[in-house]
Design a protein around this ligand. Structure first.
Ligand code: NAD
Length: 419
């Protein structure tokens, strides 16, 4: 049986990436030691009476990796594959992400081991409310602000907000982001991660001399991030030739009509079977010749096994951790540009920050204001990373870690160590 508490390769890989950036920056070793460890990790056991009357106990985690720059911030994932190691790595990436886009948050992440597709709505609600109640002391607008991630959505965020508010005895919308619009959500939040991916993709295309018009893209994962990225790419004249989800992929070399695919998925819950395309294997999709490859599903998709077969010119990581360290080396050697997750998918947390600000002010922005502010942050963050990458002659990933690490370490050093 898998040890869900064991330190595993994902956090170790994260530390290797931290170490590489720290060495180049020649950071204060003592201060850096602090950042190699999470601030705190909590495990909760969640008893739920299932619809059939039986009691099940689910396991949930919340890791606050850093609160040096502000409240911990990061999504909650529901999946049978959740482990503490994965949540720890995801929390550390959030610390980097928030620092790279320079918003006043630390990094956190949560997860519950469960299979949402096998749970009823009422079971999901019970898990969510009990998980929230168990973590209530360590969540809050000033402490730790969760958000959606894989298999959690606006409805789950609404249940979290409601549970927290019932305990607080007043409505606290700013405890969680990614909420429905009528409960303090932000315009543009649902699309923000995919939109951010496309903003940095356009920047990278400019840097490396690829014209978007008539370019081609492949998107793995057709959920929140992947479907929005595909739709926006289609709108700006990039041909999306293949998309996939957990059940399989579809391919049309002339380009897919993404609005039509989205309609199909709404009705059929999967891309497989879409009539105006051929079927393609989920892994094979990654090896298609294209200008832009957007992994937007889960971790560890581009590995030692397939890195040599990737034919894209630029990879823009919509998902967290889709490329392993070994694969990264091969991609670098082959001259394939990788815009890393901690920069490329930071649009989501950026608009989550806007949502938190709006909730705290009780003053809501137009979609145009949100998108303009997002665009400004994504473009300037990309340019900062690119400048570091040129200055130190390192890949964009290393430069992103350098920028994030530098900002967090400066805060830890200035704050000092209490007691
Ligand atoms: P989602 O649950 O909405 O969609 C995930 C998609 O990936 C679904 O289409 C699913 O079928 C597909 N998928 C799952 N396993 C797969 C596999 N083995 N092969 C191919 N497809 C597979 O999730 P999301 O919110 O779109 O998140 C996707 C990724 O983006 C995750 O890595 C997440 O951590 C990251 N991310 C999400 C956000 C956000 O705002 N939602 C922000 C930053 C990063």
């Amino acid at each position: 049986m898998k040890d869900i508490f064991a330190q595993g390769c994902l956090y170790e890989e994260t530390l290797k990436r931290f170490d590489e950036a720290a060495n180049i920056l020649n950071v204060n070793k003592g201060i850096y030691k602090i950042l190699r460890h999470p601030y705190r990790e909590v495990t909760v056991y969640i008893p739920v009476q299932m619809d059939n009357g039986e009691i099940e106990v689910f396991i949930g985690f919340r890791v606050q990796h850093s609160i040096a720059r502000g409240p911990a911030k990061g999504g909650i994932r529901y999946s049978k594959d959740v482990t503490l190691d994965e949540v720890r790595a995801l929390a550390a990436w959030m610390t980097m992400k928030c620092a790279i886009v320079n918003i006043p948050f630390g990094g956190g992440k949560g997860g519950v081991i469960c299979e949402p597709s096998e749970l009823s709505r009422s079971e999901l609600e019970k898990i969510t409310r009990r998980y929230t109640a168990s973590l209530i002391e360590i969540w809050g607008p000033e402490i730790d602000v969760p958000a959606p991630d894989v298999n959690t959505n606006e409805q789950v965020m609404a249940w979290i907000m409601d549970t927290y508010s019932m305990h607080a005895r007043h409505t606290v919308t700013s405890v969680v982001t990614g909420k429905p619009l009528n409960l303090g959500g932000s315009r543009g939040r649902r699309e923000a991660t995919g939109r951010g991916v496309v903003i940095v993709l356009e920047q990278a295309a400019q840097t490396y001399g690829i014209s978007i018009k008539n370019s081609t893209a492949v998107v793995q994962g057709f959920g929140n991030v992947g479907s929005v990225a595909a739709q926006l790419l289609d709108q700006i004249g990039c041909k999306v030739i293949a998309v996939s989800d957990i059940y399989g992929g579809i391919y049309n070399e002339k380009g897919l009509d993404i609005d039509d695919v989205i309609k199909y998925v709404k009705a059929n819950k999967k891309v497989v079977g879409y009539p105006k395309a051929d079927a393609i294997d989920n892994k094979k999709i990654l090896e298609l010749p294209c200008d832009f490859l957007i992994p937007a599903a889960i971790e560890n998709q581009i590995t030692l096994e397939n890195a040599n077969k990737i034919k894209a010119k630029i990879i823009v990581e919509g998902a967290n951790g889709p490329t392993t360290i070994e694969a990264d080396k091969i991609l670098n050697e082959r001259g394939i540009i990788v815009v890393p997750d901690i920069l490329a998918n930071a649009g989501g947390v950026t608009v989550s920050y806007f949502e938190w600000v709006q909730d705290r002010q009780g003053f809501f922005w137009t979609e145009e204001q949100v998108n303009d502010a997002l665009n400004h942050i994504m473009v300037s963050s990309y340019q900062e990373v690119l400048a570091l990458s040129k200055q130190y002659k390192v890949p964009l990933r290393t430069a992103s870690y350098m920028l994030g690490l530098q900002r967090v370490l400066e805060c830890i050093e200035t704050r000092g160590i209490y007691a």
